[in-house]
Design a protein around this ligand. Structure first.
Ligand SMILES: Nc1ncnc2c1ncn2[C@@H]1O[C@H](COP(=O)(O)OP(=O)(O)OP(=O)(O)O)[C@@H](O)[C@H]1O
Ligand SMILES: [Mg+2]
Length: 299
């Protein structure tokens, strides 16, 4: 016998209509249900803090940083306050990395230019721009997808990277590295913004070396490794490095400049760590390069 009244369903529906009226301008329904395809979600099993409820709301708390190709926003994904019980998976902070989609801006402009004004050189150029914008939109989606997939691969391999939660179009959602207490949410600092004591610099040198050797064992080079693209995980009493910003990773073997990228990454990282007091032996870029190749060959 099936009941004609499903209390859970009724409750869910009334919550839905109740909350619907309450969405503010900086809110949207959680886009998790849109990522129905497993390839659009992070590696499984999902960490317990990942919010999977259909009725969760994404609230944009602010912008973390604007960049050339992407902007990073802080997102609170949570059930409505009255449904929170304190269990994991009801609320979490996320970073939305949104790759620029120039199409949204340029498309309307291009259409306007096209109206009854075809032919002149400048208009031809504008029309071309429309194509370019479209091309860039596709490219933006590919950058986001690449970053999402690389983060998943590295996370599964145990590297210190943010967990990639999901991808929808040009927007990648990942684990927020930072703290959230009575003072509000504070993103972890980039290494560049920190002044570690020599002992910490030495520890970071060892951890960064391990991480990049792990990367090399996977046949990958970060390609843009610097103290700007490594965060000091402020959730820990002794912050460990967390590597971010990976859309440009380079294939160590297939890329003819693989070793050059490797060397450049290592030099940048080692130079900074050295300036913070790490010992020369711990941050010798040539030693890192040799170890990376050994690691690859004996993987
Ligand atoms: N998961 C995260 N947790 C906390 N902060 C983050 C996270 N991801 C990115 N950020 C912040 O956003 C900034 C920009 O991120 P990222 O470096 O990935 O983007 P970007 O647009 O490529 O930046 P840039 O071009 O300046 O290198 C980071 O420097 C960091 O401060
Ligand atoms: Mg960056």
């Amino acid at each position: 016998m099936t009941s004609s009244f499903d209390a859970d369903d009724f409750f869910a529906r009334s919550m839905f209509s109740l909350s619907l009226a309450e969405l503010d301008e900086d809110q949207r329904w959680s886009t998790w249900p849109e990522t129905a395809h497993t390839l659009d979600r992070g590696p499984q099993p999902f960490p317990d803090w990942v919010v999977q409820h259909d009725g969760a709301i994404d609230t944009e708390l602010g912008i973390l940083k604007t960049g050339k190709e992407a902007d990073a926003f802080l997102i609170d994904r949570a059930l409505p306050a009255e449904q929170l019980t304190g269990a994991p998976g009801e609320a979490s902070l996320l970073v939305a990395k949104r790759y620029r989609d120039p199409d949204q801006v340029t498309f309307h402009r291009s259409s306007a230019y096209a109206e009854g004004r075809r032919g002149a050189d400048s208009r031809e150029a504008r029309a071309m721009k429309k194509g370019t914008a479209f091309g860039k939109q596709v490219a933006a989606g590919q950058w986001a997808r690449t970053e999402f997939e690389v983060l998943g691969r590295l996370w599964e391999a145990g590297l210190p990277v943010p967990y990639p939660v999901q991808i929808v179009g040009t927007e990648l959602l990942m684990e927020f590295i930072g703290t959230d207490d009575e003072h509000g949410a504070v993103a972890a600092p980039r290494l560049q913004e920190t002044s570690p004591d020599p002992a910490t610099a030495e520890r970071w040198a060892r951890l960064m070396r391990e991480a990049v050797l792990d990367l090399a064992r996977l046949g990958l080079v970060h390609g843009d490794l610097s103290p700007y693209n490594v965060l000091a995980d402020s959730r820990l009493a002794e912050p460990d490095p967390v590597i971010i910003d990976v859309p440009q990773v380079v294939d160590l073997i297939a890329n003819p400049h693989g070793t050059e990228f490797l060397r450049r990454d290592f030099r940048t990282m080692c130079t900074w760590l050295r300036s913070q007091g790490a010992s020369p032996a711990a941050v010798d870029p040539e030693e890192w390069v040799a170890a990376a190749w050994r690691g690859w060959e004996t993987r």
